[in-house]
Design a binder for this molecule. Sequence first.
Ligand code: CXF
Ligand code: ZN
Length: 380
Amino acid sequence: MSSTVGQVIRCKAAVAWEPGKPLVIEEVEVAPPQTMEVRLKILFTSLCHTDVYFWEAKGQTPLFPRIFGHEAGGIVESVGEGVTDLKPGDHVLPVFTGECKECRHCKSQESNMCDLLRINTDRGVMLNDGKSRFSINGQPIYHFVGTSTFSEYTVVHVGCVAKINPAAPLDKVCVLSCGISTGLGATLNVAKPKKGSSVAIFGLGAVGLAAAEGARIAGASRIIGVDLNPKRFDEAKKFGVTEFVNPKDYDKPVQEVIAEMTGGGVDRSVECTGSINAMVSAFECVHDGWGVAVLVGVPNKDDAFKTHPMNLLNERTLRGTFFGNYKPRSDLPSVVEKYMNKELELEKFITHEVPFSEINKAFEYMLRGDGLRCIIRMDA
Ligand code: CXF
Ligand code: ZN
């Protein structure tokens, strides 16, 4: 048994003291895991847009000081009472949404919206006792989406931890904790394009390109990328995107452009921008009779989806998905296997790497729209 079990661990964490201000690497105390919790040693983490959104504290009640981070790979250091399916040394991916395995959602084949552990961006404490496991000289530091991976050690509910193949390189598969699984699952689990079909992807950021990767894996023959930024197309080709449409280049709605390109519409579309206009276009660009549109992007608070009901009566389907419909504990291990057997490529998503001491650079890349994923090495 390691000497840290049951003890407070002192380690480095990147603390966000104020909205929008650079993170500060501090020495923090990390309490031992309580009932149904595990303490993880984080080896690699990456930055996702959601971290930046909540760090900027736009439009929500800010909780500070806070430790952000939710895409990561690590190793179990110790487990709390009641934890039976994880042990020290297991390789894991923490996930911002959980799977308790007991609620109606977890028992349903169709849902991953766990009642107990569904994402809660307003909570900065552990479910167990309403307290934080992080502190600096006795001052509590808030958690973020139950993961707080910008720390060498973190405490997570066991239901938010996927145990994976120990042979999988954590510096690559850590990106499966959030964005890449979200896009991939939207296509593979929800849109489900048939071999040889056409798929339109709205938004060619990391999530959209993961949706395109899903279309490539499913054997789609036409993958049409839609983005307002013409620079995105070059990169998108690596992800199987075969054609590019920039709505700015046309004086008619992009759904009409796509209908003309495809003889009536695409078989499937996946919307990964969060823009309400893109959502409507993504729905209206699918073929009548069989087309399925899947919404992934997170809209603004006051947005409303408006389309003529005839678009539905003409046998188009509109769906939405959360975390690609993956159940974190049950399904992520098999997504890791897709990478291990070379069906899924992850390297092309990883455009930057920085040592933990330079974590603020990852924020700069994201804010500049430079690259897709920046891996943060905790040991450097
Ligand atoms: C998102 C998913 C939708 C709500 C906010 C968080 N996932 C992670 O980045
Ligand atoms: Zn994320």
